[in-house]
Design a protein. Structure first.
Length: 189
């Protein structure tokens, strides 16, 4: 990224105490995206990430994930709609995740990120993983607390490097998904 990038592109990652307003903000953004993206949606729009887990400390950014047939078609055909609603497109070469198309919605000041939109192809493994991880954290308070502690440490260590922050969470997330899969396959007592 360069000095011509918007301020939110260089925003430091910070973990905040849980905010009950995250859920209502997500509902509002989700409803709006369901409207804007209706012609392209397959499995809808979901609130994911830490702000989707009640009581979990998080970066105060609402993560939303939309399942579509072809993310590139959405970029081509819906970018103007999304831009009119405040969403900024981050091209794949800057995002570094070729399996999705990514949009950021800055706050009114334009300085900080308010929301992320992850546009994912229908049936992609990331869709199921994101939902599974969210749901595991919602069910397991102890795991959620451990994740919050990890996130606080990582924002202290990697707050100015979002990629390093994200990569440093990968092992925990993989282990949580494995733990969740093991719980789901256990026979009832």
């Amino acid at each position: 990224m360069s000095s011509a990038d918007p301020p939110w592109a260089h925003e430091k990652a910070e973990t905040h105490a849980p905010d009950p307003q995250w859920a209502s903000k997500a509902r509002t953004e989700r409803a709006r995206l369901m409207e804007l993206l209706a012609p392209w949606l397959d499995d809808g729009v979901e609130h994911v990430g830490s702000t989707a887990v009640p009581g979990l400390a998080a970066k105060p950014i609402i993560d939303l994930m939309a399942s579509v047939n072809d993310p590139d078609v959405v970029v081509e055909q819906a970018s103007q709609r999304l831009a009119a609603d405040g969403w900024c497109y981050v091209p794949p070469e800057l995002d570094g995740r070729p399996w999705r198309r990514f949009f950021v919605k800055p706050d009114a000041s334009g300085q900080r990120r308010m929301a992320h939109l992850h546009v994912i192809p229908s049936g992609h493994v990331r869709w199921a993983e994101q939902l599974a991880f969210r749901d595991i954290l919602r069910r397991d308070d102890q795991l959620a607390r451990r994740y919050a502690e990890l996130k606080r440490r990582l924002t202290d260590q990697h707050g100015h490097d979002r990629e390093a922050y994200t990569e440093a969470k990968a092992t925990f997330i993989a282990e949580a998904l494995q733990h969740g899969a093991e719980l789901d396959t256990r026979p009832p007592d």
